[in-house]
Design a protein around this ligand. Structure first.
Ligand code: LMR
Length: 395
């Protein structure tokens, strides 16, 4: 039977990792997959993570299953990181946390929950969005639709987005990026989020907020603005949180599905259904990443070390954004790329065409997603002059 099976191209983002590794160009630069890089191009283990692991190695007594919802201390810690200390939603016991294998695992749990419990509901994603959103929701059998997010000049099209949201059938699900929009780097202002909230409420739409980059925009609390606004003002919200980026524990697959319901009873009903979805997918989540996160968030000294390092990472990215635009000045391209300094998070929609991206790869060994998305963390003071020269050569 396997003779009928066709070979398909691999994932475009993950494929860049291999292509970059195989490139022998000594000047090559990796602006592909969304992982943080330091000034040397490395993705180091964060200091607090190393310390937490040392503690865990000594104190761990068992490797038994941790249950379909994962470790309770992890769930509590993530709920308070996402919703904020003293959150009214948490006080009212309206939110449930289910540990998941990464943010992607949380998205798949959400997708399977929607397909099983809200049959017939469509799901709406921004155009563009993280390409895997398409794969995850379609694989779960949900009808996928798009709302506009950027205009023809590759700038945020908020009016287009809001008008499209107003046309979505009542009860459908809308995927929103809480901060550090992937792939564009264009985030909504607080005033714009307020307008989105009004439309969601009027049209009775169910927001699914993808929160993969908490701490990479303006700060842990600042980045949670939209999540908290929606959770406090709407009866029902789905949130997919990830610790991959802000704790730098990509390979430990540590995420969380947060389901916010109207009241505690409905939350418990929803939670029981999420446990079934988890059980049918992978039974129990892996334990190590959640143990790291919960050790850090329950140990004030470690939490401080972690917060400080996260701030350094965020500041580094923001400085590099400005430095890149400055490096383009001698080529007269700074105005054309000025938006890069205004975007937020790891990614930048550069506005480079797929053909220009191909030329950067083939002629300069510079790797980025063909949509023109660059991982800004791959910039460094050393490679910026080379990057600017290369961009100028293809523009
Ligand atoms: C990215 O967009 O590069 C990251 O979210 C990694 C991934 O899995 O695609």
């Amino acid at each position: 039977m396997f003779e009928q099976i066709e070979r398909v191209p691999g994932d475009a983002i993950l494929g860049l990792i291999e292509a970059f590794k195989n490139d022998t160009n000594p000047n090559k630069v990796d602006l592909g997959v969304g992982v943080y890089r330091d000034a040397h191009g490395d993705t180091p283990v964060m200091r607090a993570v190393k310390q937490a692991e040392e503690q865990l190695l000594k104190s761990e007594t068992t490797k038994t299953y941790i249950g379909s919802h994962g470790a309770p201390q992890y769930g509590e810690a993530v709920l308070s990181m996402v919703m904020g200390e003293g959150s009214a939603v948490l006080e009212a016991k309206r939110a449930s946390a289910t540990q998941s294998p990464g943010g992607t695992g949380a998205l798949r749990l959400a997708a399977d929950f929607i397909a099983a419990q809200l049959p017939g509901k469509g799901i709406w994603v921004s155009d563009p969005t993280w390409p895997n959103h398409h794969g995850i929701f379609t694989a779960a059998g949900i009808a996928l639709h798009k709302y506009p997010y950027v205009d023809a000049d590759n700038r945020l099209d908020f009016d287009g987005m809001l008008n499209a949201l107003k046309q979505i059938p009542q009860g459908d699900v809308v995927v929103l990026h809480a901060c550090c929009h992937n792939p564009t780097g264009f985030d909504l202002s607080r005033e714009q989020w307020q307008q989105v909230l009004e439309v969601l409420r009027e049209r009775q739409l169910l927001p699914l907020v993808d929160f993969a980059y908490q701490g990479f925009g303006q700060g842990l609390d600042e980045d949670a603005y939209a999540v908290r606004l929606l959770a406090e003002n709407l009866d029902e919200v789905i949130i997919t949180s990830s610790c991959s980026k802000n704790f730098g524990i990509y390979c430990e697959r540590t995420g969380c599905l947060i389901m916010v319901a109207r009241n505690e009873e409905q939350m418990e009903n929803v939670r029981s259904q999420v446990a079934i979805v988890a059980r049918e997918n992978y039974s129990n989540p892996p334990a190590h990443g959640s143990a790291i996160v919960s050790t850090i968030l329950h140990t004030p000294e470690l939490e401080k070390v972690w917060r400080d390092e996260l701030t350094e990472m965020r500041d580094r990215i923001n400085t590099l954004r400005r430095d890149f635009v400055d490096a383009l000045k001698p080529y007269g391209l700074d105005a054309r790329f000025a938006h890069i300094a205004e975007q937020q998070g790891m990614f930048s929609y550069t506005g480079l065409s797929p053909e220009q991206v191909d030329r950067l790869r083939d002629e300069f060994g510079i790797y980025m997603v063909r949509s023109g998305r660059a991982n800004v963390a791959g910039f460094s003071s050393e490679n910026l002059p080379y990057l600017a020269k290369a961009v100028a050569a293809v523009c």
